[in-house]
Ligand binder design. Structure first.
Ligand code: OTU
Length: 664
């Protein structure tokens, strides 16, 4: 073992003390070779675990005891890890770039909406395979609170599958079969809050001191009022404020910190027991066969007076410790940050400077999603190009999750700085986008609804399915085949960008078939108050049945996606560890960027206008492409160049390569 030589003196002595104290435990429950592997990993990740925990919990009276329990649980979880998953751990340690490969293509769905339950999903694996999916994110599937549960993001029992969906054994069977088919499974870990029906919350409610300390509760308004000074409201319409009064709590009544809905109680991570409990749940889900854990609402897990209580330094310390622990026990599983935060803050979730390769491996690329929709409305790519210039160029050991549609809303989170850089006013631009996507702007093609409109600030977000927002709903209503064609092209255009980008593209259920807004949620009292349900409709398998008919809208979108995915998978230049080079063009409707690697350059050109457009052919040279140019998306046919310009059809995307190239 040599990693010990790299440790600081302090860490080394702590490691040696721990090892001599605990070695017998591993020896008692593992084969000698497995125990060796554990110690090799523990030594490698010891500092990543030790320092953050010392920083966050070092002064806590109970800290030493908590570390000891944590270590015992690591050993138990390691010993309990199924053989097949241990093999996967080793395999992925040999291939740490497994999730950065162009063959990664994701799909998100709700098990019940997609196929009734987990066994139903298992029976539909061939559908994923037909599309080319290698990563499946199943929306929250653990036992939720009864009644309102925020789509499952209020968990009552993290160790039990929602009985309506199946059992833990069904989940394991599904994970196994997905693995056999080369598909990774992503599960949610709702770690900022539990349901108010969770056992911990119930015991806190009953006044048990130990469990009151699992949450943030207050006897009066003094601290809540002080925090509210700087706290934003996440759901201002449905759940105003960040605290809820529970008159029955601990006999006299208490205020509970509830960032989201009143039934979602924020956990208190200043208490190391909470940290440890969450680690136990990670072990549990890892050992069921999860390949990726989605850290829901991760920015919120640490509170600090006088701040917005998001992205606090302790959040990153805790992620570092989570990751180090998982690298020892279940290194085949990686972590995904669900952090819908400004770009600078977002990068921290993937690791910057000394935290590179110490944070989450994955994070949602909310910026890309937002500028895609913005550019579709304005038909102008300046803002997108500007935002791309601010994205990191090289992402070691991590990847963005690139997406078009999702189960939440679109919040116009581009920064005012990025907007100002392209001559736009932030407030006015957001107002325009809200009008455009609710069809109150002249000539809009979109049909969406407002979400969480705040009359004071005029702030609002947008909900709607990808197809409805991209114009398919209005086009179908007119029956105009030209408009329908343009809408289909828009849907494919947006997907061609997420599929032609470094990172993992994630397709949202139904988008592959052009599913429209569904207003049936309005007649369900448990959903009517939340317009995000407009894009959470049951899978329409009669639409899916049309996916092979090229004369149908469904067939055009589905086959269009299959084609994009196929080409993506065969393009090594789309490895996410490519050098990403955004480029300005001489046509504000045409987006350009390159993905460069030692073996060549891929240049993406995409037309965001509904008419034919051209761009100077010099772009090829600027990007380093020389000689005969092939468009991978058009069966390797060369693009049409006339008058030294490259012509792109309405909403067309080209993926251009050359057999000859200059590297930079
Ligand atoms: C997430 O989203 C989930 O995606 C939502 O479906 C949940 O309602 C929510 O957490 C609570 O569990 O505010 O509008 O920076 O923005 O966590 C969506 C992250 C949300 C938050 C995000 C949250």
């Amino acid at each position: 073992m040599h990693n010990i030589l790299l440790m600081s003196d302090e860490a080394r002595s702590a490691f040696i003390a721990m090892k001599s104290r605990e070695e017998h435990k591993l020896a008692a429950c593992c084969e000698p070779r497995d125990a060796d592997i554990f110690w090799l990993r523990f030594e490698r990740y010891f500092e990543d675990l030790y320092y953050p925990l010392i920083k966050v919990y070092g002064d806590y009276e109970d800290a030493i005891e908590q570390f000891r329990i944590l270590f015992d649980h690591m050993v138990e979880a390691y010993a309990a890890r199924p053989q097949a998953l241990r093999l996967l751990d080793l395999e992925r340690q040999f291939t740490p770039q497994w999730f950065q490969q162009p063959n990664m293509v994701g799909y998100t769905c709700y098990a019940d909406l997609f196929a009734d339950n987990l066994n139903g999903v298992r029976e539909k694996i061939s559908y994923f395979q037909e599309l080319g999916i290698t990563y499946l994110h199943l929306m929250p599937l653990l036992e939720p609170s009864p009644g309102l549960s925020d789509g499952g993001y209020a968990v009552k029992n993290y160790r039990k599958v929602n009985p309506e969906l199946g059992t833990m054994s069904d989940l394991r069977q599904l994970a196994n079969e997905l693995h056999d088919c080369g598909i990774s499974l992503c599960l949610d870990l709702v770690l900022n809050h539990t349901a108010k029906e969770h056992e911990w919350a119930q015991r806190a409610m009953a006044g048990e001191e130990e469990y009151l300390d699992y949450y943030y509760t207050f006897g009066d308004r003094t601290l809540p009022d002080a925090y509210e000074q700087t706290l934003p409201e996440i759901f201002p319409n449905d759940a105003p404020g960040n605290f809820t009064w529970y008159p029955q709590m601990a006999s006299k009544g208490r205020w509970v910190w509830t960032t989201f809905n009143e039934f979602q109680w924020d956990l208190n991570y200043t208490n190391p027991t909470v940290f440890r409990e969450m680690v136990d749940l990670m072990f549990f889900l890892a050992n069921q066969g999860a390949d990726v854990l989605r850290f829901d609402a991760i920015p919120f897990i640490w509170k600090r007076l006088g701040t917005n209580c998001q992205n606090q330094p302790e959040v990153f310390q805790l992620i570092q410790a989570f990751r180090a622990i998982m690298r020892v026990v279940a290194p085949g599983m990686i972590l995904k940050a669900e952090a819908i935060v400004p770009p600078d803050a977002l990068l921290q979730y993937l690791g910057v400077k000394s935290t590179v390769e110490k944070q989450c491996e994955l994070a949602y690329n909310n910026q890309l999603m937002v500028v895609l929709w913005s550019s579709l409305a304005t038909r102008n790519v300046s803002l997108m190009t500007q935002v791309f210039h601010d994205l990191p160029r090289t992402m070691i050991g991590c990847a963005f999750i690139n997406y078009v549609g999702n189960h939440d809303d679109i919040g116009w989170a581009m920064t005012d700085e990025a907007l100002a850089a392209v001559g736009e006013n932030g407030f006015l631009h957001r107002q325009f986008l809200n009008q455009f996507y609710t069809d109150t702007y002249p000539d809009s093609f979109a049909k969406g609804t407002l979400f969480q409109f705040n009359p004071e600030t005029k702030d609002a977000r947008i909900t709607g399915t990808t197809a409805s927002l991209a114009g398919l709903e209005k086009a179908l209503a007119t029956g105009d085949s030209n408009k329908i064609d343009l809408a289909v092209r828009r849907i494919l255009l947006l997907h061609s960008i997420i599929l032609g980008f470094g990172g993992i593209p994630l397709i949202y259920m139904g988008d592959e078939l052009g599913v429209l807004n569904d207003f049936s949620y309005l007649s369900d009292p448990l959903k009517a108050g939340d317009s995000r349900w407009i894009a959470r409709s049951p899978m329409d398998w009669s639409k899916a049945a049309k996916r092979h008919d090229p004369n149908t809208v469904e067939g055009k979108i589905f086959q269009g996606l299959v084609h994009l995915i196929k080409v993506r998978k065969s393009t090594s230049l789309l490895h996410c560890f490519s050098y990403f080079q955004p480029m300005w063009t001489d046509n504000e409707h045409i987006l350009a960027y390159c993905q460069k690697r030692a073996e060549g350059t891929l240049m993406v050109l995409a037309n965001f206008q509904s008419t034919e457009q051209s761009v100077t052919a010099k772009m090829l040279e600027y990007g380093g492409l020389i000689g005969k140019i092939r468009n991978l998306l058009a069966n390797n046919v060369s693009p049409i160049i006339a008058n030294e310009r490259i012509y792109l059809q309405a909403y067309e995307t080209m993926w251009l390569v050359s057999d000859e190239f200059t590297l930079f």
